[in-house]
Write a protein that binds this ligand. Structure first.
Ligand code: SIN
Length: 315
């Protein structure tokens, strides 16, 4: 797959940023409609590098939506936490957005905060596109990890073992903190609980990804609570190994476009120790239902699939 993908990438400049994940793409203006060749090249780079970055792309909300639509249907900004007024496909990533969700001191573990977007849904968004508007002069970097390479780097017996497991994903406060009434109300209004395979077969590349979104995956089905916790901690610790990751330094006008079927990411918390503001905006593209190595799809236990924002508008 990789050789074929690389052959297609021939008019844009794709500069890899680490061995396994992340590439900067140069030579394209995202404010303008793209021709089919450019769309194919960006998509190929996304599949190869899992997250791609663009610089100096000063998009309006409308241009952000138009760029995103060239790669799929857009969801509403966030199925649980809403959208920017007047722009139903745009989700605001502001500095203090998490402050309205939790109270207390979280039990911080190395994987705390790492997640894949909205895996509590039966069809999590296939990709997310985040653009930086107000960026601190230092601090506020985002990190991504490659869940395909994480799977491939497990030992063969462990790969075989996790291939057959499934887990429960839902929105819930991290250990140690309490949900605010606002968070509880949001989560109850759009209850989402899904059984996903722990190993997801990528629908486009056929690669297997260790699909263990730390923020949403609460337990493994069919094993004891202690076994579940121990296995998950082993896998979470593994997926965030630094050699599987890339760290991105934002500038105003930066855009990050990542494949949620093959990555998890970590929003920064160091910004809370700095006086600078940070404001980004995100779109997400409607995803399909994950399938495990045994061909079994994920199962919605509560809630409906995330549908296109346009379909909601038409109802
Ligand atoms: C996100 O989780 O999508 C936001 C990442 C960030 O704030 O850098």
């Amino acid at each position: 797959m990789n050789a074929a993908v690389l052959q297609q990438v021939n008019t844009l400049q794709v500069n890899p940023l680490s061995a396994h994940i992340g590439a900067e793409i140069h030579g394209v203006d995202l404010t303008q409609p793209l021709d089919a060749q450019r769309v194919a090249e960006i998509r190929a780079a996304l599949l190869r590098w899992k997250v791609v970055f663009f610089r100096k792309q000063f998009l309006t909300h409308e241009q952000h939506v138009a760029f995103s639509q060239q790669f799929g249907e857009l969801t509403v900004g966030h199925p649980v936490f809403g959208h920017v007024d007047g722009h139903q496909e745009i989700y605001s990533i502001s500095k203090y957005r998490k402050a309205t969700r939790f109270q207390g001191e979280a039990l911080l573990r190395p994987w705390t905060g790492w997640h894949t977007d909205v895996t509590a849904a039966v069809n999590p968004p296939f990709a997310s596109i985040l653009r930086g508007v107000t960026i601190p002069p230092y601090g506020g970097d985002t990190q991504w990890t490659n869940l395909v390479v994480a799977y491939e780097k497990l030992s063969e017996p462990l790969r075989h073992f996790v291939d057959g497991l499934r887990g429960l994903h839902r929105f819930a406060p991290p250990p140690g903190v309490k949900a605010t009434t606002e968070y509880d109300a949001n989560v109850k209004q759009t209850a989402l609980l899904t059984e996903h395979p722990l190993v997801r077969v990528h629908p486009e590349t056929g690669e297997r990804a260790l699909y263990v979104s730390p923020g949403f995956l609460k337990s493994i089905i069919g094993v004891s609570p202690r076994e579940s916790q121990a296995i998950l901690e082993l896998l979470w610790e593994h997926v965030i190994r630094p050699e599987f990751t890339v760290r991105f330094k934002w500038e105003p006008g930066s855009v990050a476009f990542w494949d949620n079927r093959a990555t998890a990411h970590l929003a920064p918390t160091d910004i809370l120790d700095l006086e600078f503001d940070r404001q980004l905006y995100r779109t997400t593209l409607v995803g399909d239902v994950p399938v495990g190595p045994d061909g079994r799809p994920s199962l919605a236990l509560e809630g409906s699939p995330v549908i296109a924002a346009q379909a909601i508008a038409q109802n």
